[in-house]
Design a binder for this molecule. Structure first.
Ligand SMILES: Nc1ncnc2c1ncn2[C@@H]1O[C@H](COP(=O)(O)OP(=O)(O)OP(=O)(O)O)[C@@H](O)[C@H]1O
Ligand SMILES: [Mg+2]
Length: 440
């Protein structure tokens, strides 16, 4: 799991780390007696410092990689064509210590987005992130911030769709005392708060035309004016914006200023919908299972084969956010094994039918032989899942029970993206072992 941490210059970062270590050493040296509670507090601090040091190291390497000619990230490649395989691209990102909070797989389109974000991060260029709701636009905006030179500065997020039109200007640029009824004191706006850092303009397509004009002016001049004031204030704010709407189409219809669109979208990144990168569903399931069991302070939870099949095939109109919500709901409602019956009604309504064959009839037009093949694949997958569950994920036992060659079974598991680890249980409780729950 990769986490965000703040970065200053290498020297600054190391200086503050050393300072914290010294404080820790002093509290150890001068403590007359250390009780159990103190020990666990100190241990926690030590662990935090260790994580900080590791992350610092990663960032320094990342900086070196973007600064030094020889170690610069390789040029972006198209997802199609003869370039590197997606697995290699994924590995290369990891090796460059790309900072990302979450998990992602080998989808070519998503890797395109990550690589563009990585390239854009150390620049000052405005980035426009496009994608359906819940695909991870805000997460990617933080990636741009966390992998750039401003990562130790503020990241200010503004939901442009949630601010009433009459308050927009004051919210973004601040106001002077007495500028309007209720303005009882001077107030800084979001742009000033994000000075030297990054401002994330979420749902930028919802900005009313009047607000668009003002935003354009700020982007052109790097200056703001608080409402009710004549004084121009220079701001140094990197702009990253996001939308789930087609801004260019809106611009053509006259609903969004074309000049603003071009200002905001110097770098464009599109995050694909989850249903178009299904290879990531197992990774996300593990990731959110781990997060949910930790946050809800509960024991491990397994997904029944039937539920697993459903979640692998569901269309996720709400994308990753919806998947996360489903897992949290399960972690709250289910005991050791979550099943289809724990799904919210709207999810089942969205995609009715037998989970095993749910996806089969979905994509029309399909020939009869394609439908038969899909049905046979779905049945094969369920059969394997059942067999794995019965023998606690032991591939050798599956092979023996099904009278198949072990290599053949392994090939089948690979074909269906199944991991035998996910079917291991502890002897006493019948639960997954901690190692198998939510590992990436
Ligand atoms: N690759 C990922 N790994 C782990 N968690 C993720 C990933 N992508 C998104 N998430 C999680 O999914 C949820 C939705 O992500 P985010 O808020 O970034 O989406 P969004 O595109 O901004 O959504 P909206 O358009 O509705 O504002 C968040 O909880 C986020 O942490
Ligand atoms: Mg968002």
């Amino acid at each position: 799991m990769r986490k965000f941490v703040r970065r200053g210059s290498a020297a600054q970062g190391l200086g503050s780390l050393l300072e914290k270590i010294e404080i820790l050493r002093a509290s150890l040296r001068w403590s007359a007696k250390t009780n159990e509670v103190d020990i666990s507090k100190l241990l926690k601090q030590c662990n935090e410092l260790r994580d900080e040091a590791v992350n610092q190291l990663r960032r320094d390497r990342m900086l070196a990689a973007t600064e030094g000619d020889e170690t610069k990230p390789e040029p972006l490649r198209q997802s199609t064509g003869t370039a590197k395989s997606t697995a290699d691209r994924r590995k290369a990102l990891d090796e460059r210590q790309f900072v990302f909070e979450g998990v992602f797989g080998d989808s070519a389109e998503l890797l395109d987005a990550m690589e563009i974000a990585e390239r854009a991060a150390p620049t000052e260029l405005p980035v426009l992130i496009q994608g359906e709701s819940g695909t991870g636009k805000e997460l990617l905006a933080k990636v741009v911030h966390a992998n750039g030179d401003r990562s130790d500065k503020t990241f200010v997020s503004v939901n442009c769709g949630a601010i009433p039109e009459n308050l927009l200007e004051s919210e973004l640029f601040g106001h002077k005392k007495g500028a309007f009824t209720g303005a009882s004191s001077d107030r800084r706006g979001k742009f000033e708060s994000a000075d030297t850092g990054t401002i994330f303009l979420d749902e930028v397509g919802e900005l009313p035309l009047q607000g668009q004009v003002k935003l354009l002016r700020v982007l052109q001049a790097s200056e703001i004016q608080r409402v009710g004031s004549d004084q121009a204030i220079t701001v140094d704010t990197r702009v990253v914006s996001a939308t789930n709407r087609d801004l260019l189409a809106m611009a053509r219809r006259g609903e969004f200023r074309e000049d603003l669109y071009y200002r905001l979208s110097v770098i464009q990144v599109t995050i694909p919908a989850l249903r178009d990168r299904r290879d990531e569903i197992p990774l996300l399931l593990d990731y959110f299972l781990e997060e949910a069991t930790e946050k809800l302070k509960r024991g491990p939870m397994q997904l029944s084969p039937r539920l697993h099949a459903f979640l692998m095939n569901y269309r996720y109109p709400g994308n990753i956010r919806e998947l996360r919500n489903i897992i949290f709901r399960m972690a709250c409602l289910a005991d050791e094994v979550a099943d289809v019956r724990h799904l919210p009604a709207h999810v089942l309504e969205e995609q009715p039918g037998d989970p095993a064959v749910v996806d089969i009839m979905q994509e029309t037009p399909r020939s009869l032989s394609e439908v038969k093949k899909a049905a046979s694949d779905a049945a094969e997958r369920l059969y394997l899942e059942q067999a794995l569950s019965e023998v606690n994920g032991k591939v050798t036992d599956v092979a023996r029970n099904l009278k198949l060659n072990r290599t053949h079974v392994q090939g089948l598991l690979k074909k269906h993206g199944l991991s035998s680890r996910n079917y291991k249980r502890t002897k006493n409780t019948g639960n997954q072992t901690p190692d198998n729950v939510g590992t990436q």
